[in-house]
Design a protein around this ligand. Structure first.
Ligand code: ZN
Length: 346
């Protein structure tokens, strides 16, 4: 998404009790509660990024993690961005079921990267639960597919330069998948690196983390995450069904968090997005679009990072214990549609 980093803040707080997004629609009558509004970044207020992981910090953190967990975490360099920044995979676990997590394909959408780092620390760490998870699942993360865009986004004058969602050849990396990518792969070494990872790893499920602007749920709450599986009509039904299972698992995992409000993401059948393109290649894929720091601000990022991490861990857990395979994919259809866009109240 492309949104100004400069807004000013206004808070209106409304308590809202959450019904499970997979529960039946509530009975009519009760008026929807006011939109849970905050936090907001408003006009004139810069979005601080200092608590989010810089490119240098990402490299250092991956090095530290690999050193601390030499037997449970493997970090590899898989290529370089247009501007020469390293691209990484971090892999935890040796289990037969394989989960691939892509984050920050659009450079200004960083919270999935933060969540993935936290998840990796936990999964590679000590303890029986982590060990049992690693025995059942292999989790591979490509943290920050677009480091050049993230670097540009740190510049207060980023709007004068190349859009930070794009790579440094102005390619939208989320149009580089499937049988007909929209640009020459030579212009997108970041996408080429991801293709190499996907082909080598052959994941059972791919998660693709993004940010969207602020939307309301049909009953007037603030959407924190929208999800959608591969909907292109040529995607094999069993591949689409696994994406729907993933949506249902995330819905269940977030149902108990009163701060999470999950909806479907609007359907589009563009073949070259990761969601559809990887699906067309036979890899079940779930797109996760969260409200981001652009409107929630750095202060508002904590709950969104935790939400992203919960989604990752719930899917890893469901692949590990076998419940993923027995999840009814049609339950994903019970998630509400995303409602209207909400403008900042300031
Ligand atoms: Zn995006």
């Amino acid at each position: 998404m492309t949104v100004s980093r400069r807004r000013s803040a206004t808070l209106v707080i409304a308590a809202a009790l959450l019904a499970s997004p997979l529960a039946a629609a509530p009975a009519a009558a009760a008026p929807p509660p006011p939109l849970k509004p905050g936090p907001w970044v408003c006009e004139g207020e810069p979005v601080k990024l200092n608590r989010l992981t810089s490119n240098a910090e990402l490299a250092a953190e991956l090095r530290t993690l690999a050193k601390r967990h030499p037997r449970t975490l493997d970090v590899e360099t898989i290529g370089r961005s247009v501007d020469g920044r390293p691209l990484y995979t971090a892999t935890a676990g040796t289990g037969p079921r394989k989960l691939l997590i892509l984050t920050q394909m659009h450079g200004d959408e960083p919270l999935g990267t933060e969540a993935a780092l936290r998840m990796l620390k936990k999964v590679a760490g000590p303890g029986r639960a982590a060990r049992e998870l690693r025995e059942e699942v292999t989790i591979k993360v490509v943290p920050r597919v677009n480091p050049d865009g993230w670097e540009r986004y740190h510049d207060p004058d980023f709007r004068e330069g190349i859009d930070p969602r794009l790579n440094s050849h102005q390619v939208d990396l989320n149009r580089m998948f499937g049988p007909a990518p929209e640009y020459d792969l030579a212009l997108a070494p970041e996408a080429a690196a991801v293709h190499g990872v996907v082909d080598g790893f052959a994941p059972d499920l791919v998660l693709d983390y993004h940010h969207q602007v602020t939307y309301a749920t049909p009953d007037g709450r603030m959407v924190t995450m929208s999800v959608l599986w591969s909907t292109h009509p040529d995607v094999a039904p069993e591949v689409a069904a696994d994406g729907k299972r993933a949506a249902a698992v995330v819905g269940d995992a977030l149902a108990d968090d009163p701060r999470s409000h999950l909806t479907l993401y609007p359907r589009s059948d563009t073949a070259s997005t990761a969601r559809n393109g990887l699906g067309l290649d036979g890899y079940p894929t779930l797109l996760l679009e969260q409200r981001g720091q652009q409107e929630a601000g750095q202060k508002g990022a904590g709950p969104l990072i935790r939400e992203a991490q919960t989604a990752m861990e719930s899917l890893a857990g469901s692949l590990a214990d076998g419940s993923f395979a027995t999840t009814d994919p049609s339950r994903a259809d019970l998630l509400p549609e995303r409602g209207a866009k909400v403008d900042p109240p300031c």
